[in-house]
Write a protein that binds this ligand. Sequence first.
Ligand code: PHE
Length: 392
Amino acid sequence: MPTVDNPTEKTLAELGVNDAQGVAEKFAEVRARFDRQVALEADEIRKLMLQEAWLGSDSDPVTSLRNFWVGRKTGVLTLITENWLKKSPSSLKGVIGKQFNELKGHIETKLEEQRKRIEEKTEAAALTREQVDLSLPGVIRPIGSHHLIRQVFQEIEDIFFSIGFSVVEGPEIETPYYNFEALNIPEFHPVRDDMDTFYLDLPKGASTPLLLRTHTSPMQIRTMEKQKPPVRVIVPGKVYRRDNPDATHSFAFHQIEGLAVDTDITFCDFTGTIEYFVKQFFGPSVKTRFRPSYFPFTEPSVEFDVSCPFCGGTGTAAAGGTCTKCKGAAWIELFGAGMVDPAVYGFVNYDAKKVSGFAFGIGIDRLAMLKYSIDDIQVFFQNDVRFLSQFP
Ligand code: PHE
């Protein structure tokens, strides 16, 4: 390995110096070498380090240079003190001391200058790198919007929030117990046939069959299991049935379940709440009516209708002729509901003698189609931007 002698590792006597003149010459040599090195760029220093092994081998050449000159243990300045100053005859000590102080001051100043120079350079480089051209056109990221179904969910949630309901959500994969039994629909009950159901393929020996929930009503049970009355919740979510797809049927659709249970809830509270909701959603001029219906988990059960918001409940279109929305019936069927069947309370350890309540299950897709004049439920699932962007 090529090495260059470091004179400061020897004493002045060993270097053949024994007068002031010689001392001055040696110091001048050292200083000249320092001046050459400190003026170098980092990669030049690195090259020099390879040639002159005594420069050190720190991975950062600038640090290496600095250590070589002012390092506490073996830096040149320390070596001069040890080898030149301390080991010289006292007659020369004055001259050496003076030269040493000058050299030391010089080295420190120059190293500081070098440090600043490098710092400024790195900063300037960073600035160029990070320069921003404010005159360039921006990147336009088109902001999407909520799907119409989500918007309708939100609209309905807001209406029910305003009268003290809160939102809960539940699993889309359910057990028959929650989807049927606890809702008073025993196995082999004929209404199960209305809900042709997707069952999951499970390994043999699974503890319970699983199915995609056919309605959001299982959350009635899950909510009451967790919570004592008063209960006032709505449950937005997806539900699944083995319906053949057509303009009004889809194997997946959306519902909002509602449930209110307390010690003093009457049929009047029930109809009042529904009427409030319908008027908020369709406008104050619509009328509501209910017809008897049947659900195993409500008693009595009703089907809620709204006077057709499109023809003003006349059955006749504004332009004359039969209203196409209600097909001349003047009423539109909205959703099923009812007072919670006391049998259901038995499944959740509520005292059927003390509590009463009502429940409803609103089909969101149907409501959205009515309100926004959409004639095919399939468009909700096709993700065609031309459709979606009509509801920003
Ligand atoms: N779960 C019923 C359905 O999907 C709707 C419903 C909910 C009826 C709550 C009554 C009470 O058809």
